[in-house]
Design a protein around this ligand. Structure first.
Ligand code: GLN
Length: 536
């Protein structure tokens, strides 16, 4: 039987230490050493998935090929590892309880009292081992969301304790990520918070095997020794993780610190093959030495929290590197765009991206931005709601249908150019009921998208309820808006373009989810290239 090894990543002291980036960087190094690796995120909240969460709560909702609505860390995993994740890679407390309660209703517990221990912890352990049991992975890294000491994290920590006992320390290790703060007044790095958070873990019966210490300043050997002594690890198991210029530096930094080496040692796996990171470092060199700079306006209604558009901004970094260009993002709140100020706010940008979104707030601003891009010949990319706004703008201002709208915004509009999909009409539940995941799309060979993808059949990820209303297909086509990508089975319009514009593309799907360091998304590469050409 395939002996899958498990690495758990817990977090202490504060949230937002970047567990996802550490997990992804370690996975990258192990992958480069020839191991097959995947990463899983366990989230301690009670929502079944983040699909129903407002982006202000947790940032972007990331979507996998199999249609799971997941935590944005899965985006980092895919961008670093260049392999797709799935529903099994993200588990929430809500989902754990839901399966246990469903089993209880089916009578599967045979009259027993259903309890956190063992029933919830058994379900957590089952979910953790699910990926391992596929036989596809040598190593599964499991990131435990939240901070050690939180009440809601307790069942997860207990499950880790049990698994480590069941599988043995050579098959399951714990990396604890903590913060070593710098007190400017004292001019000192402080180890006490780390000691306390390790103590907290130990109270639950888990002793970390490796400490990764987030810090703003170099951690010297004295401090490492102190941390080692008080946290019960070897000095070489104390790994410094200093603030990096970019998240994409972290794999190299972790290699320099020996994180992958100590992990392999503890898992009794060979560390003979060295990670080379050749393509990765080529990307980094281009990313850090751009030959030009362009500015792209990102119009959205959640711009206060940049994490709401994480995959989009990362896709710009990948596509920028390919074009050896720095892509600066000008964040524009769609609610603040008015006919009077649109000129001033968008002046000088080389490209305009109208972002995905839900509901009415800010849509008139988005439509104004589309109009500006269309009339001023500025490269434009509309994603999901952004594509729908482009259709509405064209219907209103070119076709002359002043009432044109989406029925999401105006149920009674006379011209529903964007309408609820047929299969959505009977759905009342909000969670997990959109058109989700990967769907095929056939491209028109005479189009900007075909030039970008260089293939006629593509598969892209979706997350929407509304669609282009084909009743307006002929009128819009005659007026110059071209459908250049269509679902081959349903005839759904997935892509629109304006052939008489330097680069104007609207896509019903989310290309940003599939952009990775090693495979920058062709549409973003082409969009950035068009913006760059317009800028000179
Ligand atoms: N609100 C739109 C819909 O449901 C667009 C969704 C999105 O941008 N992801 O169709």
């Amino acid at each position: 039987m395939h002996n899958t090894k498990y690495v758990f990543v817990t977090g202490g002291v504060t949230s937002s230490l970047g567990k996802g980036i550490i997990a992804a960087s370690l996975a990258k190094l192990l992958q480069e050493r020839g191991y097959s690796v995947t990463i899983q995120k366990l989230d301690p909240y009670i929502n079944i998935d983040p699909g129903t969460l407002n982006p202000y709560e947790h940032g972007e909702c990331y979507v996998t090929d199999d249609g799971a609505e997941t935590d944005l860390d899965l985006g980092h995993y895919e961008r670093f590892l260049n392999i797709p994740t799935s529903q099994a890679n993200n588990v929430t407390t809500g989902r754990i309880y839901q399966s246990v309660i469903n089993k209880e209703r089916r009578g599967e517990f045979l009259g027993k009292t259903v309890q956190v221990i063992p029933h919830i912890t058994d379900e957590i352990k089952r979910r953790i081992q699910r990926l391992g049991k596929t036989g596809k992975f040598d190593i599964v890294i499991t990131e435990i969301g939240g901070t050690v000491g939180d009440i809601e994290s307790l069942p997860y920590v207990e499950s880790v304790r049990q698994l480590q006992w069941e599988l043995g320390q050579e098959n399951a290790i714990v990396i604890h990520l903590t913060l070593v703060p710098y007190l400017a007044a004292a001019g000192e790095l402080k180890t006490k918070p780390t000691q306390h958070s390790v103590k907290m873990l130990m109270q639950s019966g888990v002793a970390p095997n490796i400490l990764v210490c987030r810090t703003e300043h170099e951690i010297n050997d004295n401090i490492k020794r102190k941390l080692a002594l008080f946290c019960n690890v070897k000095t070489q198991d104390v790994i410094q993780s200093i603030d990096a210029e970019t998240i994409y530096d972290v794999p190299n930094l972790m290699f320099d610190e020996g994180l992958d080496r100590v992990v392999l040692e503890k898992l009794q796996l060979s560390s003979e093959k060295q990670p080379k990171l050749i393509a990765w470092n080529q990307f980094l060199r281009k990313h850090k030495n751009p030959k030009s700079t362009i500015e792209i306006a990102l119009i959205g209604k959640y711009v206060e929290l940049h994490d709401s558009y994480k995959s989009i901004t990362e896709a710009f970094i990948h596509a920028g590197a390919t074009n050896e260009t720095k892509v600066k993002v000008r964040w524009i709140h769609s609610e603040e765009l008015t006919p009077e100020n649109v000129l001033g706010k968008l002046k000088g940008v080389n490209g305009i991206l109208v972002a995905p979104g839900f509901g009415e707030r800010g849509i008139e601003g988005k439509i104004k931005a589309v109009q500006y891009a269309r009339e001023q010949n500025i490269p434009f990319l509309g994603i999901c709601l952004g594509m729908q706004m482009a259709v509405i703008e064209y219907a209103r201002n070119v076709l002359g249908l002043a009432a044109a709208n989406s029925t999401e915004m105006d149920l009674k509009t006379k011209n529903p150019v964007i309408d609820l999909m047929e299969e959505q009409k009977t759905i009342t539940d909000k969670g997990g009921t959109m058109r989700l995941g990967a769907w095929d799309c056939k491209l028109d060979k005479n189009s900007k998208v075909f030039d970008a993808y260089k293939t006629a059949m593509i598969s892209e990820r979706h997350r929407h309820r509304y669609e282009f209303n084909n009743q307006y297909f002929d009128a819009l086509t005659k007026a110059g808006l071209k459908a250049t990508g269509v679902n081959p089975d349903t005839g759904l319009v997935e892509i629109i373009e304006l052939p008489n514009h330097p680069w104007f593309v609207g896509v019903q799907y989310h290309p940003e989810y599939k952009s990775t360091v090693l495979n920058p998304h062709p549409l973003f590469v082409s969009f950035v290239k068009a913006a760059l050409e317009q800028s000179v």
